[in-house]
Structure formats: C-alpha cells, structure tokens
Design a protein around this ligand. Structure first.
Ligand SMILES: [Zn+2]
Length: 407
C-alpha cells in the first residue's frame, strides 16, 4: 500500500502504523493520531536488547510529538511490554520514544536545541509544553552529554562566587582559566562549601596546583592554603576594581553630593554622573543628561583623583615582574595616602593586607577578563534557566556553557 508506506516514511514512528487521525479545531488546533502496532513486527526487550516474541501486556500512552503544520500533535501509542526470558516483563524498545518519555525523541531533541538559546519558559510556550517538562528534558540531556570532569594535569585554578535567588544564597564556580573550562560548581562560598572540590581533585591533584586566582575572599584563601599550601594566591583585578568602584568612587560621590547639598547644579552633576565614572576612559567623552565629563571633573577634584587612581590601580596587574609590581604598588599606596581622601586612604590600607596576592599577578598573568566574563554569563544563564529553584539544573547549564576551548 504505497500511501501508507509514504506516510510512515515521512512520519517515522517505526513499528507502528496510523489507525486514525483527528483534527480538533480551536484557538490552538490539535491533531490526534492513533497508532496501531501490527502484531507481526519483531520486538526488542528494552532491558537486554534481545529479540522477544511474547507480549506480556499492552498499555496506552499519550505522548507529544513535533507540531504538524499549525497543529499541536498528540499521539496515542499502544506500548507493549514483552515477556523477556532474561528480564521478565519489560517495555519494548523503540528508537523514537524513550522508556517513560512524555514526548518523542525528536521533540525532545528540538527542545534541547532551543534551550541552548532561549529561556525554559519561552521554549515551553513555543511547543505548548509545561515548563517543568521542558526543564526536565533539557536537564536529562545535559546529564547525559556532560562527561565526568577530568581534573588531571591542572596546575592553575580560578574560583569565584555568584549569587543565586537574589543574593539570598551563594554558590562557587571553579574554572581552569587557560581553557575557560568549568571544572566544578557547588553551593555556598564558605570553606566547607568548596571543600568537596579539593576532595575531588585529590591529594595528588592538590599538589600540582601552582596558582589560584580569586576574589579577596578569606574563606577561599584559607581553604586553598590548607589544601594546596604550595599554591600562590592571586587576587583578581576585576574584583578589586569592582570593590574600588563601590568603596571609593561611590563613597566619594555620596560624600561630595552631601557636601554640596546647597549647590543644586553641582549636586545634580555629581548625582547623574555615576555611570560616567564607572565606565572606561574611552567612553567618557560622551554626554549624558547634558553633563560633560570636564564639567563633572571640574565640579569635583576628589572625584577626579579617585578616578585617576582607579586607572593606576589597574596598572598594578600589568607589571613585568613581581619586583616591578611591588614598586608600582608602593607608588600607588603613597599617592593614595597623600590624597587625604578618606575612602581612598581606607581602601589603600585594606588593600595593603592583600599585597602578596596582588603582586603575584605579575608571576601568574591570568587573563582577568575571564572571571568577569564567566560572572556575566552566569547572570544570563540564571535568567534563562533559573527561577525554578533547581540548583542542579542551573549548575549543569553553567558547565555546558564553558566546556573549555583548546589552549
Ligand atoms: Zn530482556
């Protein structure tokens, strides 16, 4: 029967044939396809993969498939259980439908492809599926595709924290900075929280670690010193500069705005110009809200000083040797103290404690944009994949986003 062959070749529900098709009109049209299982076709046991001839029982299943033209497609499938000589009653193995799946394999594959680019919610809306179903499909696919991480031959690490659930909880990501490969993601940012990573790395692996880049986080540093005492701790430029922006630039801006409370125009200039200060020098020539940079800088000498000092601070991470870095640090520190600007003086004092980890960056010049890049990417993944309070899924998405690139 050529028609039937053409249809079955097109739709690919191997082993089945279409008994009836029903189209239900409505706002979202649906097609219901009732499949039949010819009794002559051979059956494979899903447990052992052996051919089996005896049917134990048949149950009806309704699963979703890819839409047909404009219609959401439902198929009704008589699912057989074979009575296998080895395994007992087992489902019949089908290439196009997994054991307990609610969607066909090809629909699952389409969901996974779309989940790489779109939030779960949008993918669910696109296919007319429940978000939970979509998330579980994507999660299972990630679990299958991500191999256990190979931690051999690793000598440098970078670790960073990120917020989950609007900063109520934190997690830690550990990467190999040269290949940008995520090695591990775990809950918490405490010493205990990151301990499982070092357990996984093992004693031998811990001995091979030469440097670890991180935020100025005492918990990380303490755990690294305990587990990898030979490793150099390197503080990351991205975090130090972010802290500088928060502790110094923001503080000076607020102080100055308060000081200029009675001078309305000057106050407005300071208040609206925060973004200018946090941008790089190249962007500073632009105009925002009629406020020019030179006007802003003229409005306040202290702001100009802390802005220039931020640029100079960054230079500490670009020194050819640790000796040069120490010299540059001393010059920066002296200037900071001499400025007499309170927040800057305080910051310099606090930073001095971390000096060793800052000058170490000269010996371990890690591309500091890596942690910043990963941090930003995690925020995007969180928006796309989270909101479902499934840490395991969220962490899998992070690992999948940074599989590593060849050096
Ligand atoms: Zn079997």
């Amino acid at each position: 029967m050529p028609d039937r062959e053409a249809t079955s070749c097109l739709v690919g529900w191997e082993g089945y044939r279409i008994e009836t098709v029903e189209r239900r009109a409505g706002e979202q049209p649906a097609v219901w396809i009732y499949l039949g299982r010819p009794s002559c076709s051979p059956m494979i046991c899903d447990g052992c993969g052996q051919a089996s001839e005896r049917v134990h029982d048949i149950e009806m299943r309704v699963v979703r498939d890819l839409p047909i033209l404009d219609a959401a497609t439902w198929i009704s499938v008589p699912r057989r259980r074979v009575l296998c000589g080895q395994c007992g009653p087992r489902l019949e193995r089908l290439d196009w439908l997994e054991r307990h799946a609610r969607v066909t394999r090809r629909l699952a594959e389409s969901v996974v492809r779309l989940c790489r680019a779109l939030p779960v919610k949008q993918v669910a809306a696109f296919f007319g599926l429940d978000w939970h179903t979509v998330k579980e499909i994507d999660k299972r696919a990630l679990q299958r595709s991500l191999d256990p991480v190979d931690l051999s031959g690793i000598s440098v690490l970078a670790m960073d924290e990120f917020a989950i659930q609007r900063g109520h909880r934190y997690a830690t990501v550990v990467i190999e900075p040269h290949t940008r490969r995520v090695l591990w993601v775990g809950r918490e940012r405490s010493r205990e929280g990151i301990r499982p990573f070092f357990d996984l790395l093992g004693e031998e692996g811990c001995r091979c670690i030469k440097a670890v880049a991180m935020d100025m986080n005492a918990a990380y540093a303490n755990e690294v010193r305990a587990r990898c005492p030979q490793a150099e701790i390197v503080y990351d430029l991205f975090h130090v500069v972010a802290k500088y922006g928060h502790d110094v630039i923001d503080r000076v801006r607020v102080d100055e705005a308060n000081r200029l409370r009675d001078d309305k125009k000057a106050r407005k200039v300071i208040k609206t110009a925060r973004w200018l200060l946090l941008r790089n020098r190249e962007n500073l020539k632009r105009v925002q809200d009629g406020v020019h940079l030179d006007e802003l800088l003229a409005a306040n000498q202290a702001l100009m000083t802390v802005y220039v000092m931020k640029d100079e601070l960054k230079q500490l991470w670009r020194q050819p040797s640790t000796q040069a870095a120490r010299t540059a640090w001393q010059a920066w520190f002296d200037k900071a103290i001499a400025s007499g600007i309170d927040p800057l003086v305080r910051f310099a004092g606090k930073l001095a404690v971390y000096l060793q980890g800052i000058v170490a960056s000269a010996a371990w010049p890690l591309n500091t944009s890596i942690l910043e890049g990963i941090n930003n990417r995690i925020k995007v993944i969180k928006r796309m994949a989270y909101g479902y309070r499934d840490d395991a899924y969220f962490f899998l998405k992070i690992r999948a986003a940074f599989p590593g690139v060849p050096r």
